[in-house]
Design a protein around this ligand. Structure first.
Ligand code: HEC
Ligand code: HEC
Ligand code: HEC
Ligand code: HEC
Ligand code: HEC
Length: 373
């Protein structure tokens, strides 16, 4: 029997029981392995302790678990009923391969956008310039049938024709904004997609990494499904952030230049931190770090993100932010700048009563650079 036919027969039998992603794993093992470590696989209450802690504090109403819309849309029951149950989808594929690859369009809405699915479970959207169009499996015989070669997937169709996959708009159903009941965006990204940009959500956060994209393909690289960001491939992110220094007689200022198309550190409780250290002869002078964050308030008093009616502090990095350190630099000084991010601030961890929070509040370095004087 032909290798493909055999393979597919086994697979289709298996399909009836296994979760959907397991099927993809058979032919896309590298991508599956990355996905499995990603925060998309870990987005559910059962896999992300911060999400769980926030959901427990969150005021409940008859709509139930509304977070499902973005954190576990593949759990169709939870999405429809708002009732959470610890099931395989929540554990292994809250945002599944099929979910992302069938987002046909994104409907822009006031409080949060909504993904429109094609509803097709055997035809997947993706992007590859030069390949626009929908393709099916092809088998070609040559040398009177002595050898065969194959093209595309025996399991599913591929649709290269959806422009949302080329410009990054496919991410915006979930990542654009999440407003609380008072219209305050608590996962603010403030992204602006411009077709003229050299980079997109996908090229920056899903860079090409080594390993072929399918078991049938000799190609050397594939799009990274672990998602480059706070957890993985952090050093790659440094490319998109620049430091520019200007020295004055009594102080110095650093411009943080953000080359992405969105604000940095906008998620509630997240913190960016800029550390500065001067080596002067035998002495090391540590300066007070600068914190990039948003704080939320109601009637002038600090409150949790979901109660907020206003933003009381906003020191995020949009296109650029200047930070001034009140120290005069001297000849011979070596200044070390380190920009990093805490997934959740110490205060946030306390507010959410997160136990064993040191892993979550850990300082994760994005970029470090020395300046000599
Ligand atoms: C029987 C093997 C097989 C299974 C199972 C399978 N695929 Fe594929 N898939 C392929 C092959 C082969 C290609 C074509 C790669 C190429 O063009 O070189 C492909 C291509 C793709 C592409 C487009 C890649 C490109 O060329 O840009 C996507 C997206 C994709 N698969 C998603 C999935 C998802 C999601 C699942 C699970 C629901 C899945 N596949 C299951 C074999 C499979
Ligand atoms: C409209 C989509 C959407 C909805 C609805 C939504 N979220 Fe999120 N949430 C996101 C996105 C996107 C991120 C990632 C943001 C980032 O990393 O900057 C996120 C991140 C988070 C984080 C940070 C997780 C971490 O590990 O750092 C928490 C906590 C969180 N959400 C809680 C909730 C809770 C609780 C609900 C329901 C009450 C909810 N979210 C509803 C889109 C949503
Ligand atoms: C179905 C909704 C959904 C879609 C579609 C989606 N995301 Fe996410 N994404 C999330 C949620 C929810 C989180 C936060 C999960 C958590 O930490 O609890 C997240 C987290 C992330 C993170 C943080 C990862 C980290 O570990 O640092 C990045 C980066 C990201 N997404 C990029 C993207 C990109 C790029 C796309 C488009 C290709 C995309 N996402 C599509 C819901 C989505
Ligand atoms: C958060 C959304 C999201 C999830 C979840 C997701 N993908 Fe993708 N995937 C994408 C995007 C966007 C691309 C297009 C990358 C590009 O343009 O290079 C892509 C590309 C691919 C490709 C082609 C790779 C290449 O380098 O051309 C394959 C194959 C694929 N995905 C399979 C899968 C499988 C299998 C899973 C589950 C294990 C999965 N995807 C989960 C968004 C997603
Ligand atoms: C030019 C590169 C670039 C582009 C384009 C880009 N990003 Fe980012 N993104 C970054 C950098 C750099 C960071 C900061 C590092 C960090 O926080 O992980 C970041 C942070 C994030 C975060 C927070 C993740 C985290 O780890 O806290 C999310 C979510 C995210 N980006 C999603 C997106 C989405 C969605 C798009 C498309 C609208 C996009 N990004 C476009 C470079 C980019």
């Amino acid at each position: 029997m032909n290798r493909f036919v055999l393979f597919c027969t086994v697979l289709f039998a298996f399909l009836a029981e296994a979760n959907e992603n397991k099927v993809c794993q058979a032919c896309h093992p590298a991508i599956y392995a990355e996905y499995y470590q990603s925060s998309h696989r870990n987005a559910s209450v059962y896999n992300n302790p911060i999400h769980k802690a926030m959901w427990e504090k969150y005021p409940k109403d008859e709509k139930g678990y509304t977070c499902a819309k973005c954190h576990s849309p593949s759990d169709v029951e939870a999405l429809k009923s708002g009732v959470l149950t610890k099931n395989d989808t929540q554990m292994h594929e809250p945002i599944s391969c099929i979910y992302c690859h069938t987002i046909q369009d994104v409907k822009e809405e006031e409080n949060s956008n909504t993904n429109i699915s094609s509803g097709k479970t055997r035809e997947f959207y993706t992007a590859q310039s030069g390949k626009e169009g929908s393709v099916s499996f092809e088998k070609q015989s040559s040398l009177f049938g002595l050898s065969t070669s194959t093209k595309n997937s025996p399991f599913h169709k591929i649709n290269y024709d959806n422009k949302n996959y080329y410009n990054g708009n496919v991410c915006m159903g979930c990542h654009s904004h999440t407003n609380n009941a008072h219209g305050i965006d608590i996962t603010m990204l403030d992204a602006k997609i411009d077709e003229k940009d050299k980079n997109s959500c996908v090229s920056c956060h899903m860079p090409q990494v080594l390993g072929s994209k399918t078991t049938f393909d000799e190609g050397k690289t594939h799009a990274f499904h672990g998602m480059a960001g706070i957890h993985m491939e952090r050093k790659k992110m440094a490319e998109y952030i620049d430091f520019k220094l200007s020295k004055n007689s009594n102080d110095f200022s650093i411009s943080i230049i953000n080359k992405s198309n969105h604000a940095l550190f906008g998620q509630a409780y997240r913190q960016g931190v800029l550390k500065a250290e001067i080596k002067r002869g035998k002495k090391t002078i540590e300066l007070e770090p600068f914190i990039f964050e948003r704080k939320f308030a109601k009637d002038g008093k600090e409150v949790s993100p979901w109660e907020a009616t206003e933003v009381s502090k906003d020191t995020l990095v949009y296109a650029k932010r200047d930070v001034i350190f009140n120290v005069a630099l001297q000849g011979g000084d070596i200044l070390t700048l380190t920009l990093g991010v805490k997934r959740i601030s110490e205060e946030g961890a306390k507010e959410l009563e997160l136990k064993d929070s040191s892993e979550f509040t850990q300082f994760r370095v994005l970029k470090t650079q020395n300046f000599n004087f």
